[in-house]
Design a protein around this ligand. Structure first.
Ligand code: ZN
Ligand code: ZN
Length: 349
């Protein structure tokens, strides 16, 4: 399969960590065997992208960022039966070997040769993206491209975090950080049967959004959120706490809010070190601290089921749309670094 002669592909790229992203025009890649070329219709701008731009986390520059991608299949390479040209798809961003011990055991995010789209290889801040066909998942007609894109990172990781925290019917759950992950985590926790979801943030816009999704807002500016959650739960604490921001202090708070046998799932990225009181916080409660790394391809179908069943509604999550333009995208990344109001911005090429 070839790309139309003379076709070009605009892209916004990371040339070097610590520098602003730049506009580029690339020659589109033709899909090889087992690959598909996708015309990007929406690409989410993620807090991780701000980290990659800043040089936190390894990247493979020059590289096109963008790991939250939805679009339409333009063409398919040899041997690809699905998806077909014209199909709506969303992109699972981890490209893994499928054969190693970790891949076979269903923990493919630890595949030693795994590469992340939009970090280790070119991503979706572009007109076109070429990926393995197995990474293109069907996007139902009723899910807009913008929502399909952000489902692939924040929602999928929120679902994985809830799985890791073993959230079950009747649980009290605390969610620290109401960004893209937090809004999904609140809704998915309810869908999984949580009896109460406490949403901790410092931003009134995000607290209002959490409340609109049925959570009990905890304003961390108004006082100690741990104390507020203890009071709200009659002193018991929560069965599961998710840290989705990436600060040592909020990770400590997530641990400190746990009930007996509670689980704290940490998904926020930070290089800070955290401090806990082992007897008080862990041993005495048989509490668990659990790391959360990405999500699994197998969770994407489950996620679509929640969307289809009306349990996960991201219509209020995409708060801004920008064109494929380096200056605009850099501005959004600046806002993310400063934790300004937007929950999720999506690029529409
Ligand atoms: Zn992301
Ligand atoms: Zn592997």
């Amino acid at each position: 399969m070839t790309v139309k002669p003379g076709a070009t592909c605009r892209a916004v790229r990371l040339e070097a960590p610590g520098r602003k992203l730049v506009d580029a025009v690339l020659e589109p890649t033709a899909p090889g065997p087992g690959e598909v070329l996708i015309r990007v219709r929406a690409a989410g701008i993620c807090h991780s992208d701000a980290h990659y731009r800043a040089g936190i986390g390894s990247t493979n520059p020059p590289v096109t960022l963008g790991h939250e991608v939805a679009g339409v299949v333009e063409s398919a390479g040899a041997g690809v039966e699905t998806p077909r040209a014209g199909d709506r798809v969303c992109v699972h961003y981890l490209v893994t070997c499928g054969e190693c011990r970790d891949c076979r055991a269903g923990r493919e995010q630890f595949c030693a040769t795994g590469r992340m789209i939009g970090k280790d290889r070119d991503g979706g801040y572009a007109d076109l993206i070429c990926i393995p066909a197995v990474n293109a998942h069907p996007l139902p007609d009723f899910v807009p491209f913008e929502q399909g894109a952000i489902l692939m990172c924040s929602s999928a990781t929120a679902l994985h975090a809830l799985h890791k925290a073993r959230v079950a019917t009747g649980d009290a759950v605390a969610v620290f950080g109401i960004g893209g992950l937090g809004v999904s985590a609140i809704q998915l926790a309810h869908a999984m049967g949580a009896a109460a979801v406490y949403a901790v943030d410092v931003n009134p816009v995000k607290l209002a959004l959490a409340k609109a999704h049925g959570a009990l807002p905890i304003d961390a500016r108004a006082g100690d959120p741990v104390q507020a959650i203890r009071t709200a739960t009659g002193g018991r604490g929560v069965d599961a706490a998710l840290e989705l921001i990436g600060f040592a202090r909020t990770m400590e708070q997530a641990v400190e809010t746990l009930a007996p046998q509670g689980r704290a799932a940490l998904a926020g990225l930070t290089q800070e070190r955290m401090s806990i009181a082992p007897y008080r916080d862990i041993l005495n409660r048989e509490a668990e601290i659990i790391g959360v790394s990405d999500h699994l391809a197998s969770e994407i179908g489950e996620l679509m089921g929640f969307v289809e069943g009306g349990k996960l509604d991201l219509s209020r999550t995409v708060t801004r749309v920008v064109p494929l333009d380096a200056a605009r995208i850099n501005g959004v990344l600046d806002d993310l670094e400063a934790f300004r109001d937007d929950v999720r911005t999506v690029i529409r090429p």
